[in-house]
Write a protein that binds this ligand. Structure first.
Ligand code: DAH
Length: 357
């Protein structure tokens, strides 16, 4: 047989195949083009089959040409397949992207809703205002503390129940010191006194608001993450009368004239003497209800004269300086001021509730 009669035009086959490949516009199409140009029924496969009828010389030449042709076609196929795959993926990603800049004023029915500070933040701000008006400065401290700042320096002994696993979120237990999420803002007192001693800037008149953490099961008056505001005065000649007067002035300024405060003897390791600071329950006006456990009073926090043991732990001379401290719940204040029966509403993020403030 004359080999020229069966010798296919390999160049033309390659051109035809690569044109078809270039014309494919989807990964679906490239799959069928691929089958058509390299599959069993493709012209290339047919040409390979024809090799069998050729004499050895021609078979060798054509075989080599066909091998090269297949290489070229397969490379073109692969690169087009990648191109299309990438383009489709990019289109898919662009289509599913959420365009947060797309809001056009007037395109949403009604006026654009504006958020506002949360009630707890508003309450913290107005408590700060009251105390700044009384001559206090505002300070802050870390939320992660060592057990020395949260307990030890505050004269809370190692066996005190507050240190127990069931009251405190520990981050690291052990040597050289445990770290924990502060259970109250009282450790900020220690930071302030240390700084004042270091810089020689006593006296101190400061309030310290901040977030605190306890392993409490949330109920009408408790949250596991809550807020306190701490107060500390260290000066010469400070007495319990200064403390009582400060508490009374604050209560009137913040809650108004129909809410009263009372101090009841209590114990805190870092103050001596100590008292619990309570205000009239604003929900029932003192009659007794679920929120105040039928007592008519809500405990806001504790207070007292700074214990000499605390002064000793920061190196303040208790013969020269005296002081008082207090600490109470910011969330509780918001609850009383706005008569919120259940404190859990503060963290449930129900817009119908939050919008009221
Ligand atoms: N840290 C106490 C608590 O969280 C409250 C407290 C009591 C703060 C007496 C004080 C204080 O500054 O003097 O229960």
């Amino acid at each position: 047989m004359n080999p020229d009669t069966v010798m296919p035009d390999v160049e033309a086959l390659v051109t035809e195949a690569t044109n078809a490949i270039a014309e494919a516009t989807t990964t679906e199409e490239i799959r069928s083009v691929g089958a058509a140009v390299t599959g069993k029924k493709s012209p290339l496969a047919e040409a390979s089959r024809a090799l069998g009828q050729m004499d050895p010389e021609d078979r060798k030449v054509l075989g080599q040409r066909l091998g090269e042709a297949r290489g070229v076609v397969e490379a073109a196929l692969e690169s087009r397949r990648d191109e299309l795959r990438y383009a489709e993926l990019a289109a898919e990603m662009a289509a599913s992207r959420l365009d947060l800049t797309e809001y056009v004023p007037g395109s949403v029915p009604g006026p654009m809703a504006r958020g506002h500070l949360s009630l707890v933040t508003q309450t913290r701000d107005s408590l700060e205002d009251v105390f700044v008006g009384m001559g206090f400065e505002v300070a802050e401290g870390p939320e992660i503390e060592t057990d020395w700042y949260n307990f030890g320096a505050l004269n809370i002994p190692p066996a005190h129940p507050a240190r127990g696993m069931w009251d405190t979120f520990y981050l690291h237990l052990g040597e050289p010191e445990s770290t924990l999420l502060r259970t109250h803002t009282s450790p900020v007192q220690i930071h302030l006194m240390e700084q004042a001693v270091l810089n020689g800037t006593l006296p101190i008149h400061a309030v310290m608001p901040g977030r605190c953490y306890r392993r409490d099961t949330p109920d009408a008056r408790h949250l596991a993450v809550f807020h306190q505001i701490e107060g500390l005065v260290v000066d010469r000649g400070i007495t319990f009368a200064d403390l009582a007067g400060t508490i009374e002035t604050f209560t009137r300024a913040y809650f108004g004239p129909d809410i009263h405060s009372r101090l009841r003897p209590a114990f805190f390791p870092f103050t001596e003497p100590s008292a619990e600071f309570e205000v009239t329950c604003a929900i029932c006006r003192g009659e007794g209800c679920r929120t105040c456990s039928q007592t008519g009073w809500i405990e806001l926090g504790g207070c007292g004269m700074v214990d000499p043991a605390v002064f000793a732990s920061v190196g303040i001379d208790a013969d020269e300086w005296t002081g008082f401290a207090f600490g109470f719940g910011i969330d509780r204040c918001a609850q009383m001021r706005h008569q919120i029966a259940d404190m859990r509403a503060l963290i449930e993020n129900d817009v119908r509730f939050l919008r009221q403030f």
